[in-house]
Write a protein that binds this ligand. Structure first.
Ligand SMILES: C[S@@+](CC[C@H](N)C(=O)[O-])C[C@H]1O[C@@H](n2cnc3c(N)ncnc32)[C@H](O)[C@@H]1O
Length: 390
């Protein structure tokens, strides 16, 4: 949306929170000598203890929050994933599930219920969640369920020390990793930083024109013109390498909005993909509502696939969310809920549309599956596999 159309009016409490979060950023900028790198700013705006967007307690998901994720819009998404996971549990003895960034715990709950109905529970369901506030919500939801189903649900503060057999899941997590932002100038690179501007903050660009580093390589590889601005997420590669080291045998499903590198760095996308979400409105000013709004970037799936392959994982498939969920029987699951209740029918139809229509989540969201070990195959790529586009 146009910046001028975005005119939110947070209440007093939210305003006090924004001021405290902005003050915290000011302190960090001063400590850093006048400018903070953009990735550090993003990390603090999202995760600073007690102040960052993901850790400060306000409702984020659903109608009263800022955005709606696929698992939060109903149980169909989880039912499709459960079908894929059942196939993997069949061939990986003792497999566990590790979910990254589990939000409200809704996906975990719906997955475990679907798996238990088919008597296919994993040996354990483990969650890695950065936000203490979301972890608390997840525990409230999942601890009673764990007792009901007789399954271990655990929260991890770091990657397991031992190597694991199983399935790793990350839905809309990588888009929340801090990114570095850059601008191309005279075939060189300036990196974005953040400086104090009055009571708020503003962009600041490094003095040096860099002729090396990841951003420079991207600018060269995609022939980016002067003035082009975009992002790169080195942490996403580091994270994939960590998963590769931890997984002994199994699969990793990464679902998020994003593109292959060729599309990510298209000449037309000259302002990058940085987006902020507040109360179901999207705009691109990360400095507006510090601590109150989500800040995200699209995912470069080629980068994840390269990091995976160089660390011993293979790419098992890459496709749109639409093709993935339809391959796994989305329409069958939707028709099981056939009912005379008009409201339920309309809600299900809306859920299906939201998940698969290209104008909604169907095309912008992609599924990347990575794997390790013999005999790991997936059903979700049977309709269409676009691995060659990575
Ligand atoms: C947009 S929410 C998605 C939540 C949930 N997966 C869903 O689909 O509803 C992003 C989640 O990722 C978590 N997160 C971000 N970075 C993370 C990381 N490095 N490790 C684990 N969780 C992370 C956030 O705290 C939040 O729970």
């Amino acid at each position: 949306m146009m910046q001028s159309d975005f005119n939110p009016q947070p209440d007093e409490l939210a305003t006090a929170h924004r001021q405290a979060a902005t003050q915290h950023i000011h302190d960090l900028i001063r400590e850093a000598g006048g400018a903070l790198s953009f990735d550090r700013f993003m990390e603090e705006a999202l995760y600073a203890p007690g102040l960052g967007y993901y850790v400060a307690g306000a409702s984020k998901f659903g109608a009263t929050g800022d955005f709606l994720t696929a698992p939060e819009s109903g149980s169909l998404f989880a039912k499709c994933l459960a079908r894929e996971i059942e196939g993997l549990l069949d061939v990986i003895p003792g497999a566990q599930i590790i979910e990254f960034g589990a939000g409200t715990g809704r996906l975990a709950e719906d997955l475990l219920r679907a798996l238990s109905q088919n008597h296919q529970l994993p040996s354990a369901y483990r969650i890695m969640e950065l936000s203490p506030d979301l972890q608390r919500q997840q525990k409230e939801r999942l601890e009673p369920l764990a007792r009901e189903l007789g399954i271990q649900v655990q929260w991890l503060s770091e990657m397991p020390a031992e190597r694991v057999d199983g399935i790793m899941l990350a839905n809309e997590v990588v888009d929340a990793f801090p990114v570095t932002r850059f601008r191309v100038e005279k075939n060189r690179i300036r990196r974005a930083r953040v400086r104090i501007e009055g009571e708020g903050v503003d962009w600041d660009w490094t003095e040096d024109l860099l002729a090396d580093g990841a951003e420079f390589e991207i600018a060269q590889a995609h022939n980016l013109p002067d003035g082009y601005e975009s992002e790169v997420c080195p942490r996403a590669s580091a994270w994939v390498r960590e998963l590769a080291n931890t997984l002994r045998r199994g699969a990793i499903l990464i679902i998020d909005y994003g593109y292959p590198a060729e599309e990510y760095y298209l000449p037309d996308r000259a302002q990058g993909t940085l987006r902020c979400h507040y109360r179901h409105q999207a705009h691109n000013d990360p400095f507006r509502l510090i601590g109150l709004q989500d800040i995200t970037c699209h995912v470069n799936f080629s980068q994840l696939s390269d990091a995976a392959q160089s660390s011993g994982l293979s790419v098992l498939g890459y496709t749109s969310q639409e093709a993935y969920l339809l391959s796994l029987g989305l329409l069958d699951f939707a028709s099981f809920t056939n009912t005379d209740d008009e409201r339920t029918r309309i809600a299900k139809a809306q859920e299906v549309k939201r998940l698969v229509l290209p104008s909604q989540m169907g095309e912008s969201f992609k599924v990347l599956a990575l794997g390790k070990g013999a005999g790991i195959s997936l059903d979700g790529f049977s309709l269409r596999d676009r691995t060659l586009s990575l």
